[in-house]
Design a protein around this ligand. Structure first.
Ligand code: NAD
Ligand code: ZN
Ligand code: ZN
Length: 337
């Protein structure tokens, strides 16, 4: 089968023929129809984080398609089912975290396109218990970004605890952020979006942000404090240390600063202000299978829709170059059909 493979950190991805994976008892094989490109894939290929991915690697954790083979122990799925293969490729199913609805914290988890091969290929192996079905009225192209960008931001918004009618700031209005704006609006929150460039800010406005701030032109936290006296919650998806500092300073007393973006930096936090202001700082990692079902349902009901530019597997090195420059509006999805 054809796949995009990286052999060494920071090297180019190479399109080549690789063996079709063997389907074991708990697996399903998915014929990939579309796969979104997440900034995490770029981090993986650069070896940015303390925990390194397997190498060589087929990246991709927004792969969606139809099931073409079902392992002998998988009884709830059938050939032809439309599913996605998310970042949470599998978890142990029996630890405290798995039992407590926190399966994304399982210590035994595998991650698609990181610890195991992912969706940048004609076929993708998946664990039958961890794929999630796509509602009939969502196309493969539209579904792909929901399997990471969608579920991650939907979950992060829940984690903020922001209520309908309150203010949330979305820092970084890229692949994740442009969906975060839509989920926040659909959940009844008032949104301030922060990114740079006329095109991205115009899109944020169109998607329902009440205020848009260009971080290159003014201090986001000062602007947020001036506009609404600080937000009840912030979701920071930007790949930049300074964005996290701004996120922290944008929150009002008692508010929540939810960290989602993953720059390989540390974030300085003033203890005195955090204590006196009762500010919560919370990490949020993707979402559970249940979060995914909920996030897909919003799309099925027409409440959110990713802004997508369709490209192909052969374009992947150019896509990564554009992503590094911050030149992508919305999400890029590779059509693999
Ligand atoms: P992206 O490249 O599509 O978007 C990032 C956006 O941040 C861009 O629009 C960029 O212009 C903007 N930005 C950069 N610096 C900024 C600043 N100082 N202030 C405001 N905006 C700024 O990337 P993406 O696919 O949306 O992923 C974003 C990050 O989230 C990555 O680090 C990725 O690894 C991480 N991620 C985390 C999770 C999780 O579960 N926590 C899941 C998926 C992705
Ligand atoms: Zn992702
Ligand atoms: Zn577990």
């Amino acid at each position: 089968m054809k796949a995009a493979v990286i052999n060494e950190f920071k090297g180019p991805l190479v399109i080549k023929d690789v063996p079709l994976p063997e389907v074991k008892a708990h697996d399903v094989l998915v014929k990939v129809q579309a796969c979104g490109v997440c900034h995490t894939d770029l981090h993986a290929c650069h070896g940015d984080w303390p925990v390194k991915p397997k190498m060589p690697l087929v990246p991709g954790h927004e792969g969606v398609g139809e099931i073409v083979a079902v392992g002998s122990e998988i009884h709830h799925l059938s050939l032809g089912d439309r599913v996605g293969v998310p970042w949470l490729y599998s978890a142990c199913g029996h630890c405290d975290y798995c039992l407590d609805g926190q399966e994304t914290l399982c210590m035994e988890q595998h991650n698609a396109g990181y610890s195991v091969d992912g969706g940048y290929a004609e076929f993708c192996l998946a664990h039958g218990d961890y794929v999630v079905k796509i509602p009939d009225n969502i196309s493969y192209i539209d579904a792909a970004p929901l399997f990471c960008a969608g579920v991650t931001t939907y979950k992060a918004l829940k984690v903020t605890g922001v209520k309908p009618g309150q203010w949330v700031a979305i820092i970084g209005a890229g692949g994740l952020g442009h969906l975060a704006i839509q989920y926040a609006v659909a959940m009844g929150m008032n949104v301030i979006a922060i990114d740079t460039g006329a095109e991205k800010l115009a899109l944020a406005k169109e998607l329902g942000a009440t205020h848009c701030i260009d971080f290159m032109k003014q201090s986001p936290s000062e602007a947020v404090q001036a506009l609404v006296g600080g937000v009840h919650g912030v979701v920071c998806t930007a790949v930049s240390k300074s964005a996290f500092e701004e996120a922290y300073k944008s929150v009002r007393r008692g508010g929540a600063c939810v960290l989602v973006g993953l720059p390989p930096d540390e974030m300085p936090v003033p203890i005195f202000d955090t204590v006196l202001n009762g500010v919560k700082i919370i990490g949020s990692i993707v979402g559970t299978r249940k979060d995914l079902q909920e996030c897909l349902q919003f799309a099925a009901e027409g409440k959110v829709k990713a802004i997508i530019e369709v490209k192909h597997l052969e374009d992947i090195n150019d896509i990564f170059a554009d992503m590094e420059k911050g030149e992508i509006n919305g999400r890029i999805v590779m059509d693999m059909s």
